[in-house]
Design a protein around this ligand. Structure first.
Ligand SMILES: [Fe+2]
Length: 205
């Protein structure tokens, strides 16, 4: 189906089998979480389909079809990008960061432990996401807060770690113990994937 702006429909990435065998984060949680991700994909396609036929002459900041579609498109696309990174870099063995990423953490946070403590606290302070991203203007890593799929990312920064702290990410396994979930997140991180991103994006080390 032809979508707006010459874009094509996209499909959900397959769920890596390793995600069903995480330590502390259950198969139930991952399967439910993956369904939410599939929902973001479906809504992205649906919204872009509708944007192909939207009447630009009715654009209005209080309410208009264009406004509604474009605002919620950012939620859907944010949900896709956030979850693709989240699922991509889980399934590892955690432990101490390795490689180029470890070097960046020492340079920008002082130590891996300081990065970890800051990201954990950032995740406890967020209502949706905490990301470790490289800001190309500041030339450094920073742990950012997001309160929704589409709030607070900054321009010209590349996320390398995405910590989902929406309750759907942990409530089945941890109840209100978000800190326990964040520890489990660290224990399942695949730093090889993170280092692959540092390399693929050409982040200066
Ligand atoms: Fe999520």
């Amino acid at each position: 189906m032809a979508l707006a702006y010459n874009l094509d429909e996209i499909a959900a990435r397959e769920l890596k089998p390793a995600l069903l065998e995480l330590e502390g984060i259950s198969r139930n949680t991952i399967e439910a979480h993956y369904k939410l991700y599939q929902g973001y994909i479906a809504k992205r396609n649906e919204i872009l389909g509708k944007l192909a036929d939207v009447d630009l002459s009715t654009a209005n900041q209080v309410y208009s079809e264009l406004r509604a579609l474009k605002v919620d498109l950012t939620f859907a696309v944010g949900g896709i990008k956030n979850h693709e990174l989240y699922f991509d870099h889980l399934g590892g063995i955690g432990g101490d960061p390795t490689g180029a990423f470890a070097g960046l953490l020492v340079r920008d946070f002082g130590s891996s432990d300081a990065w970890r403590a800051d990201l954990k606290a950032t995740g406890l302070a967020a209502r949706g996401w905490a990301w470790t991203a490289y800001d190309w203007d500041e030339r450094g890593l920073f742990n950012y807060i997001g309160d929704a799929q589409n709030t607070f990312p900054v321009w010209n920064a590349t996320p390398l770690v995405a910590l989902d702290v929406y309750e759907h990410a942990y409530f089945i396994d941890f109840g209100t113990d978000r800190a326990g979930y964040i520890e489990a997140f660290f224990n399942n991180l695949d730093f090889g994937v993170v280092n692959g991103l540092v390399d693929a994006y050409g982040i200066p080390t």
